[in-house]
Design a protein around this ligand. Structure first.
Ligand SMILES: Cc1cc2nc3c(=O)[nH]c(=O)nc-3n(C[C@H](O)[C@H](O)[C@H](O)COP(=O)(O)OP(=O)(O)OC[C@H]3O[C@@H](n4cnc5c(N)ncnc54)[C@H](O)[C@@H]3O)c2cc1C
Ligand code: FES
Length: 304
């Protein structure tokens, strides 16, 4: 049995990660080339905190050597077979919501129940649990802002906040209505949602930052915490709005990654600081950052 790798920040053990070979239990096609992949992995599911991610390795594929980073979308108890098993309520399944964009994700879409993949998880600091909860406590409402597949980074955080009784709202934009996957999962967690598509096929016509801007303008006297994940241009625009109105803002970044473990430095971003302090690794110091920490220059984040 694999032993967990313990990771430390200062003197605090922040999480345990496991490198496992896990079984696919479902790989459900959704709209717009999206899939929901369910993997049976009790230890990784139980160790996961909101905003963390996994590195997926396709086995026996020498043409896809690097693992692919994916947000951990959800964790679920295993489906009960017949009699209810003891402990069946604790999560045993890790779910990844992904979009087919290239060779790795295309091969992922061909996975069938019973196949295996390598899964290194959970990784990253997620949404700094205590830190963000203390900000959320002082806010009138938490605003989740998602662009396309960026929605995958936010569901677990929304679930945890809903459980703790926080008021939340979702702003979700995509190119077309087929990109708006996961809306049903958010419905019971939020007090309201604004959808937007660039082609006008669902919700407001245009970028999701427009309804967000209007909402912030209508509620100038309120205090919000924004949690944002999506393409770089959307992040920049959203962070600009949050700054203008003086709201706290957490961003989940999706830079290209090599190792996912803090070794290759391939995911480094510019942050406010000097010398070595001017760079941080998205895989280990992130993927979630306070917006004001990031130097918002044009970054190497691919458009999806
Ligand atoms: C922390 C994090 C969380 C992510 N969560 C999700 C998610 O929940 N769902 C989802 O669909 N996608 C997510 N992505 C993006 C996803 O990793 C890429 O879409 C995927 O790696 C593309 O692989 P490919 O082989 O299909 O594409 P290719 O373009 O053929 O990939 C070539 C190489 O570039 C890397 N790469 C390409 N695009 C990206 C990208 N946008 N981000 C990072 N690396 C990239 C690949 O890992 C691979 O090493 C996440 C990325 C990061 C960093
Ligand atoms: S991906 Fe290698 S250091 Fe972050």
């Amino acid at each position: 049995m694999n032993r967990p790798y313990k990771r430390w920040r200062g003197s605090v053990n922040i999480s345990e990660m496991y490198d496992e070979i896990v079984a696919v239990t479902e790989n459900r096609p959704l709209t717009g080339g999206h899939f929901l992949l369910s993997l049976h992995s009790p230890r990784q599911a139980q160790a996961t905190r909101p905003g963390q991610f996994a590195m997926v390795r396709l086995l026996d594929r020498s043409d896809v050597l690097l693992r692919r980073p994916m947000s951990i979308y959800d964790t679920k108890p295993a489906k009960p077979h017949g009699r209810k098993r003891r402990g069946a309520e604790s999560p045993e399944v890790v779910q990844l919501l992904y979009k087919v964009v290239g060779r790795g994700t295309r091969l992922m879409s061909e996975l069938k129940p019973g196949d295996s993949v390598g899964l290194l998880a959970p990784l990253g600091h997620g949404f700094f649990e205590e830190d963000y909860l203390s900000q959320a406590r002082t806010a009138d409402e938490v605003l989740h802002v998602a662009g396309g597949i960026g929605i995958a980074a936010l569901l677990l955080a929304a679930k945890q906040l809903a459980k703790a009784g926080f008021r939340q709202r979702l702003f979700f934009g995509g190119r077309t209505k087929a990109d708006l996957v996961g809306v049903e999962e958010f419905k019971p967690l939020v007090h309201g949602m604004a959808l937007a598509t660039e082609d006008g096929s669902r919700g407001r016509h245009g970028f999701v930052t427009r309804p967000l801007e209007e909402y912030l303008a209508r509620h100038r006297n309120k205090k919000f915490l924004l949690m944002v994940c999506g393409p770089w241009a959307m992040l920049e625009a959203t962070v600009g709005l949050a700054k203008q109105c003086g709201h706290a803002c957490l961003v989940s970044l999706e830079n290209r990654m090599g190792c996912g473990l803090g070794v290759c430095l391939g995911c480094s971003i510019r942050v406010h600081g000097e010398g070595h302090g001017a760079y941080e690794r998205v895989c280990t110091e992130g993927p979630v950052f306070w917006a004001e920490k990031v130097a918002w220059e044009k970054e190497s984040v691919p458009e999806r």
